[in-house]
Design a binder for this molecule. Structure first.
Ligand SMILES: NC(=O)c1ccc[n+]([C@@H]2O[C@H](COP(=O)([O-])OP(=O)(O)OC[C@H]3O[C@@H](n4cnc5c(N)ncnc54)[C@H](OP(=O)(O)O)[C@@H]3O)[C@@H](O)[C@H]2O)c1
Length: 366
C-alpha cells in the first residue's frame, strides 16, 4: 500500500546530530511531515553506520517504521560533496561542532535551521519564534543576499522558548520591567549522554552550565525589535536561576514579572486565555494556540501537560502551557506570578526549527 505521508513532499532534508535526542525528534517529526522528506542523517564517527533503531531513545514514541534501518553517515562526508542534493539542513549538533559546519553549509547556499547555540547571538542571525518575531525575516533576506542564497536561522535555548512565548504575550498587556525566571529542567535537556541515572534520578542539581546567562541574552534578543536589519534588544531586567530535576521531558519555569501598573488578575487571565496564534499562513506543526492557559490550582505539570498543542496529530508538544497566574502587590509595584511549561525537545527543540522552516517557506524564502 502506498504510504500517503510520503506524497507531495517538496523539500528534502539532511539532519545533523541525528542520533541525539533532538536529532531523533527531527526524525520523528519530519517522517510524518507532509512537505519535508528525510534525505540523510549525519553524526560523528561514534554512531556512523549504526541504524536509527539501534540508538532510538525517545520516550513515548516508536522508531518510525520507514527509517528504522537507515544508517547514520559521518558528518565529515559533507565537506566532500560538490553539489548537495538536499534542500534543507536541520542541525542538532553540540555548539562547538555546529560552528564550522553550519557556516560552511551557509557559504554553500544552504538553508540551515539550527538548534545549537553557536550562532544564536550572531547579529546577522535571528533566534526565530514566528509567533513572536516575524520581523526577523529581514535578517534571513539579508543573509540570503550575502551568502549566495544560504542562511542560518536558530531556535532558542529550550527554556527560553517557554519564557519568551509567555512574556511576549504578557508584555502586550502590561509594561514589565523585570522578570525573575527560575527553571526546573528535565534530564533530556542535557542530551542523550548528559546526566547519568545515578546523578539525575531522585535528585535536583542546582546548576546547569551556561544556562542562566543564555536565558538572559536570548530572551532579550527574541523579545527585541528589528531596525534597519539589526536587532535591538528588549529593555527588560531578567534574573535567572536554573536547576536540573528528576523529570524525563518538559521544562517547568516559575516566572515572576514586575509591573508598576494596576493588575486585575481575573482580567489578565481572560486576556491571556483569549489569545490565538497570530500565524496567518497555514503551518503544518503550528498549534492553533501557542499559549494554553490553565485554571487548575496545580497545573501545568510535565506529566499531564507535556504534549499540549492542537491539532493533536501535528502540533502536540508545540504549545507552551501557563498556569497558577497570581499577583503579589507591594506599595506601587505588582508581581505577576506564573508557572510555564515547555516540551524541551519539541517546541524548545526540533519542532521550533521545523516551524521556522515552514514559516520561511510560506514567505517564499525557501
Ligand atoms: N536536549 C534538549 O532539550 C535541547 C533543546 C534545545 C536545544 N538543544 C541543543 O541541540 C543540540 C543537540 O542536543 P541533544 O540534546 O540532541 O544532544 P545529544 O543527545 O548529545 O546529541 C548530539 C548529537 O550530535 C552528534 N555529535 C556529537 N559530537 C559530534 C561531532 N564531533 N561531529 C559530528 N556529530 C557530533 C552526536 O552524534 P554521536 O551519536 O555520533 O555522538 C549526536 O547525534 C545541542 O546544541 C543542544 O544544546 C538541546
Amino acid at each position: 500500500m502506498e504510504d500517503i505521508t510520503k506524497l507531495n513532499k517538496n523539500k528534502t532534508c539532511a539532519i545533523l546530530g541525528a542520533s541525539g535526542l533532538i536529532g531523533q525528534q527531527f526524525i520523528r517529526m519530519l517522517y510524518d511531515h507532509p512537505s519535508y522528506q528525510i534525505h540523510s542523517l549525519y553524526t560523528s564517527s561514534n554512531s556512523e553506520g549504526k541504524t536509527v533503531s539501534e540508538v532510538w531513545a525517545l520516550p513515548d514514541f516508536q522508531t518510525p517504521f520507514g527509517v528504522k534501518d537507515t544508517t547514520f553517515k559521518n558528518i565529515n562526508g559533507l565537506y566532500e560533496i560538490d553539489e548537495f542534493d538536499f534542500d534543507i539542513v536541520f542541525s542538532a549538533l553540540p555548539s562547538s561542532v555546529a560552528l564550522p559546519i553550519e557556516e560552511y553549509l551557509r557559504s554553500k547556499g544552504m538553508a540551515v535551521f539550527s538548534n545549537s547555540s553557536a550562532y544564536r547571538m550572531d547579529p546577522e542571525v535571528p533566534i526565530m519564534i514566528p509567533e513572536i518575531n516575524p520581523d526577523t525575516l529581514e535578517l534571513v533576506k539579508n543573509q540570503k543576499i550575502k551568502y549566495n542564497g544560504g542562511f542560518i536561522v536558530t531556535s532558542s535555548n529550550c527554556s527560553v522558548t517557554g519564557a519568551a512565548i509567555y512574556l511576549n504575550e504578557l508584555l502586550k498587556i502590561h509594561k514589565i520591567d523585570t522578570a525573575i525566571i527560575t527553571t526546573y529542567q528535565a534530564l533530556s535537556g542535557a542530551g542523550a549522554k548528559g546526566v547519568s541515572a545515578v546523578q539525575g534520578m531522585g535528585n535536583v542539581i542546582p546548576f546547569i552550565n551556561g544556562e542562566e546567562e543564555k536565558i538572559i541574552v536570548e530572551a532579550k534578543k527574541i523579545l527585541g525589535s528589528v531596525m534597519d536589519g539589526r536587532i535591538i534588544d528588549k529593555d527588560i531586567n531578567i534574573i535567572t536561576t536554573c536547576a536540573r530535576v528528576s523529570v524525563i521531558d518538559g521544562h517547568l519555569e516559575s516566572i515572576n514579572a514586575r509591573t508598576l501598573e494596576q493588575v486585575d488578575i481575573d482580567v489578565l487571565f481572560k486576556q491571556l486565555r483569549a489569545i490565538n496564534s497570530p500565524l496567518e499562513h497555514p503551518h503544518h506543526i503550528a498549534p492553533s494556540k501557542h499559549l494554553i492557559v490553565r485554571s487548575e490550582k496545580d497545573r501545568p505539570q510535565p506529566r499531564i501537560d507535556l504534549y499540549a498543542g492542537s491539532p493533536d496529530w501535528s502540533a502536540k508538544g508545540m504549545a507552551v502551557t501557563v498556569g497558577r497566574i497570581r499577583k503579589q502587590s507591594f506599595d506601587d509595584e505588582t508581581w505577576i506570578n506564573a508557572f510555564v511549561l515547555v516540551h524541551n525537545t519539541i517546541r524548545g527543540g526540533a519542532g521550533g526549527s521545523i516551524l521556522n522552516a515552514e514559516f520561511i517557506e510560506n514567505h517564499d524564502m525557501l
